[in-house]
Design a protein around this ligand. Structure first.
Ligand code: SF4
Length: 292
């Protein structure tokens, strides 16, 4: 049952067995996202998922980590997720963690007892795209959720023992809202206290509204220099107690990895050195990643 479109997974899931239990994203309206454009959302029936699990697990019976694709698998009901987790454990005796993409509203739709029960059944990390902590940017980009909702979702999920891996998109507000993006994203992250935090640079993908807004001049894309300034402003505002920080996706200008709060000053020093290096493009976005 191969995917008929590129299969997306977080960079940290490179070593996991990827099982495509759904196709596409049930929301699929974010103006910057080209991941599932043109892909009709399909929530595969549980008997079809069971056949997929049986076939894939037979090939890799020693699997310890599974990532369930595609977008927002957490939107499935508690009962369906519980059945999938139970079936996976039956087929994979060494399985230690099952991870998924999760929108805030899908987490909030589940009572605390269900979140705890999913954790007990092996659900481990929820990858949530905050994208921005700025409500105006989330509204403009049709994220379909507020920062307030996502903060509450992250807090509730982590209180239930799940790990939150939260993603922020640098440059999402363009030049017009870079200050608000930095300030409000740091505030939202401080309230969430995610265990994992990733920064990606937003890349305008042809066919998305974000791209056409830039082409039309209604959105001023950040220069390479301004993206680093924005990241520096967010890092300066972070007050995190125990978070793994990553900005090492191929969209990033330089790969960075750190543990917060321990490495905060080193991170700020590295970003300052980059800003002072004279190597960053101050008039344009800099080189486009190889994968585009
Ligand atoms: S960013 Fe996430 S929620 Fe938005 S359309 Fe893309 S996959 Fe769906």
């Amino acid at each position: 049952m191969p995917a008929n479109h590129p299969l997306f997974r977080p960079p940290a899931e490179a070593g996991s067995l990827i099982l495509q239990v759904d196709e596409g994203c049930p929301h699929n309206r974010c103006t910057f996202c080209g991941m599932y454009k043109g892909v009709r959302y399909v929530r595969r029936a549980l008997d079809v998922v069971a056949v997929l699990i049986d076939a894939e697990c037979r090939l890799a019976p020693g699997t310890r980590r599974v990532f369930l694709a595609d977008g927002d698998v957490m939107s499935r009901s508690y009962e369906e997720l519980a059945q999938i987790l139970t079936h996976l454990h039956r087929r994979l005796p060494a399985l230690s963690r099952v991870n998924v993409y999760a929108n805030g509203s899908s987490i909030l739709a589940k009572p605390d007892a269900e979140l705890r029960a999913l954790r007990e059944r092996g659900l481990h990390t929820l990858y949530m795209g905050l994208e921005s902590g700025d409500e105006a940017i989330l509204d403009q980009t049709q994220k379909g959720e507020t920062a307030e909702q996502m903060v509450e979702a992250a807090v509730r999920a982590q209180a239930a023992g799940l790990h939150m891996s939260v993603m922020v998109l640098l440059g999402l507000g363009g030049r017009h809202r870079t200050c608000e993006h930095a300030l409000n994203s740091a505030r939202a992250l401080n309230r969430m206290q995610p265990r994992l935090l990733s920064f990606l640079r937003v890349i305008p993908i042809a066919g998305t509204r974000f791209h056409s807004d830039i082409e039309a001049g209604t959105m001023a894309q950040l220069s390479e220099f301004e993206v680093v300034e924005e990241l520096r402003a967010i890092v300066a505002g972070l007050d995190l107690a125990r978070t793994v920080f990553r900005a090492n996706h191929s969209s990033n200008i330089v790969p960075l990895e750190a543990r917060l709060p321990r490495d905060k000053q080193n991170l700020l020093d590295a970003l300052d050195a980059l800003l002072e290096s004279g190597t960053l493009d101050e008039s344009g976005p800099g080189p486009v990643p190889m994968w585009l």
